[in-house]
Design a protein around this ligand. Structure first.
Ligand code: NAD
Length: 493
């Protein structure tokens, strides 16, 4: 069993003020993986205080972008140096197959390198001139760090979700308090260790493990923050938004989804099946952008269902550390129970369960579930409308492009969408019609640090990644200078 019984506050590892702890479980066998420090509101106050001092009095926000970039690159090197160890830790904490965890860790390191590049580029263009229609004035824009950030992240990509917030915030010159999910806190605590060794000054990054209802709520409600950056579910996002409203804090929300995948009949069957599977079974379907609603043009529907069921039956399920495993356990017993009850309700609602949706016979321990395929899912059912966050895909047939678009957009969410066809102009037309922040053509899920990430409608507010992610940690300051020697002449003639 690991012991992570300290919090990282002001550059030091300290015991929680109230001596609290909780257990983190290995989802492959439900054993206790680690005892972890549980931060209370007092610890949150200490961490916010440290981040505030580091922002108001420390060097970090006042360094050049290149100086900050040097530390970010060292953090990336620190992650890469421990790649295998971190990947194994992530598997043991989250359950995902090792090959996926390896990609996540590499992506997290890449995210720090990418934002190091943006920090350096910002040095080259410290001000943006603004043309104003009065030659007596010069006007320009400078960008400054937003301030002290409270970052709250989920459990599905633990280190990567931390990197998506910590890297751009640090690059921008912000200071942070990061709270990872209580289900997967270990890699964020390791990130604190790596950042410390990389020479990040005390107080710039503080990492608090703890429960959402206690540490998370205390952080969201702390008046000393300038920005809240949250990734998680819609119900928690609503609470974060309410907490932000009191001080009108800057806010970014990355929430859930029920993303559609439109497959036209001219698609190649094998490619369609492969991308549908990758779109919903990768990471056990615990992916905010999972394409969980699949709309198939009627001519292809029967053949696609048959091939999808056949290929899904061959997915190898088991512990994430076992060679060749493609689907690990769900993150927790609670998550497994939620997904099982969504499946049972779907059957009651009249959807046709073609395969899966059960606990595999050969895996009696751990939170395993055979991937489920539902056909002819009723439009009004919870199965079709609500995020399940598990390896459960819902399919329906459609007849026309207009119908497919209408069905795809009929959702309170708008995070992602995908469209597949050999007819590229049609794909691009459909992509423009989809009300979603991310649209994949002839694929589903590939994600790049350079491209914006975020949702329409209830899927969130703002964008992460790319220059959009960097800008979300920067304030925009307009500076206008009166250059003329002439008196203004309004009150004093
Ligand atoms: P969650 O909302 O339960 O928890 C997210 C985080 O919020 C955790 O750290 C948790 O401890 C904390 N939290 C819980 N209650 C809180 C409160 N009252 N105040 C403050 N913090 C609180 O979500 P989850 O189950 O960890 O993650 C799954 C959800 O995240 C899904 O809905 C998924 O779609 C979404 N997600 C979205 C994205 C995206 O980029 N849009 C990425 C990953 C996950």
């Amino acid at each position: 069993m690991y012991h992570y019984e300290h919090l990282y506050i002001d550059g030091q590892w300290v015991a929680p003020r109230r001596q609290g702890s909780f257990d983190s479980f290995d989802p492959s066998d439900d054993s206790i993986l680690a005892r972890v420090a549980a931060a209370s509101a007092e610890d949150v106050a200490l961490a916010v205080g440290a981040a505030r001092r580091a922002f108001d009095q420390g060097d970090w926000p006042r360094l050049s972008g290149s100086e900050r970039a040097r530390v970010l690159r060292r953090i990336a090197e620190g992650i890469r140096a421990r790649q295998d160890e971190l990947a194994i830790l992530e598997v043991r904490d989250n359950g995902k197959p090792l090959a996926e965890a390896q990609l996540d860790i590499a992506d997290a390191a890449g995210c720090f390198v990418y934002y190091a590049g943006l920090a350096e580029a910002a040095d080259a263009a410290p001000r943006q001139a603004i043309e104003v229609p009065d030659e007596r004035f010069s006007c320009w824009v400078e960008r400054e760090p937003v301030g002290v950030v409270g970052a709250i992240i989920p459990w599905n990509f633990p280190l990567l979700m931390a990197a998506w917030k910590v890297a751009p915030a640090l690059a921008a010159g912000c200071t942070l308090v990061l709270k990872p999910s209580e289900l997967t806190p270990l890699s964020a605590l390791e990130l604190a260790r790596i950042a410390h060794q990389a020479g990040l000054p005390a107080g710039v990054l503080n990492v608090l493990s703890g429960l959402g209802s206690e540490a998370g709520a205390a952080l969201a409600e702390h008046p000393g923050l300038d920005k809240l950056a949250f990734t998680g579910s819609v119900p928690t996002g609503r609470k974060i938004m309410q907490a932000a409203a009191r001080e009108i804090k800057n806010l970014s929300l990355e929430l859930g989804g029920k993303s559609p995948f439109i497959v036209f009949a001219d698609s190649q069957l094998e490619a369609a099946v492969e991308w549908i599977m990758f779109g919903i079974f990768w990471n056990q379907g615990q992916v905010c952008s999972a394409t969980s609603r699949v709309l198939v043009e009627r001519a292809l529907y029967p053949a696609l269902l048959a091939r999808l069921v056949e290929a899904t039956g061959k997915i190898r399920i088991g512990p994430g550390l076992e060679e060749g495993v493609q689907l690990g356990p769900l993150v927790s017993r609670g998550q497994l129970d939620k997904v099982l009850s969504a499946i049972a309700r779907g059957q009651q609602e009249g959807a046709q369960l073609l395969c899966g949706g059960q606990r595999p016979e050969h895996l009696q321990q751990g939170n395993y579930l055979t991937p489920a395929i539902f056909a002819d899912v009723p439009l009004a059912s919870a199965l079709w409308r609500e995020e399940i966050f598990g390896p459960v895909v819902c399919l329906r047939a459609f007849d026309t492009e207009a119908e497919a678009l209408q069905l795809a957009n009929d959702s309170p969410f708008g995070l992602a969408a995908a469209v597949m066809s050999e007819d590229i102009p049609r794909c691009e037309r459909v992509a423009r019609g989809l009300r979603a922040g991310i649209v994949w053509i002839n694929c589903s899920q590939p994600t790049f640090n350079e491209a914006p990430w975020g949702g329409y409608k209830q899927s969130g507010i703002g964008r992460e990644l790319g220059e959009w992610g960097f800008n979300s940690y920067l304030e925009v300051k307009q500076i206008t200078r009166y250059d003329s020697q002439q008196a203004w002449g309004w009150y004093l003639q």
